[in-house]
Design a protein around this ligand. Structure first.
Ligand code: EPZ
Length: 420
């Protein structure tokens, strides 16, 4: 991935309309689900992201024919040539662990390198492996590899101790071509789960309750290719909402699904934003004066999403008062705080609690993206800061945001991508 930075001239009010990208966290499990289908899948609103490129590299390694069209991607998994994924492909993207369930469902075996941790802290997969073995898979781990073989199918009820998004997806993928009914209790309820369930039903599985806490999957011995349009990216929408609010602007995001933005919109309204929710659009107008949000606790959906924590924090650094964040999902998700402090923010972190005392203004600085959403948060801060900022390590940002600089420029931001 090439080395590049964003140079942002702050202080410009954002205004205008954008079309929101397809959801990264929906298209990734759906690309894995294509492995289950003996035929061609066409997936629309597939965003151009480096994480999507990483998933496509795995699909092609497995033997799929992949054809990238403008906003769609065609995946033909008629022939799967191997069920082994090497470390060089697994490490590019942590969420590649969900290919385990897809390969088990399709070929009855999977051999993948451990996906490893990431910038958010250790990323255990005990819930994934525990569930797969409950479903009859025989799992061994050696030399950093996870080796799975599907055993005798049996009706299973899996009670997740935490509503893990990835574990829920892995179970759904393995069960979709299974021969026994699988029930998930305490399943993740994110909209991306419902989207995966819809895709699997189009392919011929029988998934009920996806998007709620109880999901039942009755697999089919054969799944066929299908056509599907991915839902819109609610975290990308939240990012552009915060960018507009932080710069005193007013924008409309076309294609956004208001039903997925409830907790984000509620927090932004508390800060004084005016938000209008349309059928398939969200409009936001910045407050004259940003009010603090007393307490933001990240929770599993439909609670406030952990992925929007850094982004909202960047916006609230200039509120007139104190906002308190409690990060309940990941162990280490405040690495953006130090970078925001170098721009003049007043932030103190103590374990899972982060106290943000609003300041009158931020000033541009040289800052470094440490992870995807933390990097986007630095851009939100830089857009509202006085002067020029340079954000390094923007490959983190480009994992999840399609044409990030072009979208912001279309709203009036002065942002330039510089190759280093
Ligand atoms: C998905 O990650 C998303 N990624 C994340 O978005 C998102 O932050 C997260 O869900 C929570 O909403 C994708 O969908 C590709 P989890 P995932 O399993 O599946 C612990 C972004 O910015 N856990 O719900 O990895 C885990 O350590 C990314 O787009 C276990 O302990 O999240 C974490 O503390 C970042 N054991 C918590 O559960 C397990 O086996 C939530 O993890 C699995 C998870």
């Amino acid at each position: 991935m090439e080395n590049a930075s964003f140079i942002i001239e702050g202080g410009r009010r954002l205004s205008g309309e954008i079309e929101i990208q397809g959801a990264k966290n929906s298209v990734l499990p759906i690309l894995a689900a294509a492995v289950l289908c003996e035929g061609k899948c066409v997936i629309h609103k597939c965003p151009r992201l480096s994480d999507v490129d990483s998933a496509v590299a795995i699909l092609e390694h497995l033997g799929c024919k992949v054809n990238r069209l403008d906003t769609s991607v065609e995946v033909d998994a008629s022939v799967i040539e191997r069920s082994h994924i090497p470390a060089r492909l697994m490490r590019r993207m942590r969420s590649s662990v969900i290919f385990l369930g897809a390969l088990l469902g399709r070929t009855g075996e999977a051999d993948a390198a451990y996906p490893g941790g990431c910038e958010l802290g250790p990323r255990p997969i005990d819930l994934h492996l525990g569930a797969l073995s409950q479903m009859g898979a025989v799992i061994t781990e050696e030399y950093g590899h996870i080796i799975c073989k599907s055993g005798a199918a049996k009706e299973t009820c899996i009670d997740l101790s935490f509503p893990s998004v990835g574990a829920t997806e892995n179970i759904m993928l393995f069960a979709a071509r299974g021969r026994a009914r699988v029930t998930i209790i305490n399943a993740a309820r994110e909209p991306e789960i419902a989207d995966l369930g819809e895709f699997l039903n189009k392919a011929g599985a029988r998934v009920r309750g996806a998007g709620t806490g109880v999901i039942t999957i009755e697999g089919s011995l054969r799944l066929s290719g299908c056509e599907h349009t991915v839902i819109s990216d609610r975290i990308a929408a939240a990012t552009y909402m915060c960018a507009a609010a932080a710069t005193g602007g007013e924008i409309t995001i076309n294609g956004a699904d208001p039903a997925h933005l409830g907790s984000i919109a509620a927090a932004m309204k508390q800060s004084g934003c005016r938000i209008a929710l349309g059928e398939r659009a969200v409009s936001i107008e910045a407050p004259k004066e940003i009010r603090p949000v007393k307490l933001i606790r990240t929770m599993p959906y439909p609670g406030f999403p952990t992925d929007a924590q850094a982004i909202l924090m960047a916006y609230l650094t200039r509120a007139r008062g104190v906002s308190v964040f409690i990060e309940n999902i990941f162990e280490s998700r405040y690495r953006h705080a130090d970078e925001l402090v170098s721009m003049g923010a007043d932030i103190s972190v103590n374990g899972r609690v982060c106290v943000v005392s609003g300041v009158g203004e931020l000033t541009g600085a040289r800052v470094r993206a440490c992870d995807l959403r933390g990097g986007a948060a630095l851009a939100v801060a830089a857009l509202s800061a006085r002067g020029t900022s340079e954000i390094y390590n923007i490959s983190h940002i480009e994992r999840g945001y399609e044409r990030f600089d072009e979208v912001l420029s279309s709203l009036g931001a002065q942002i330039m991508r510089k190759k280093i």
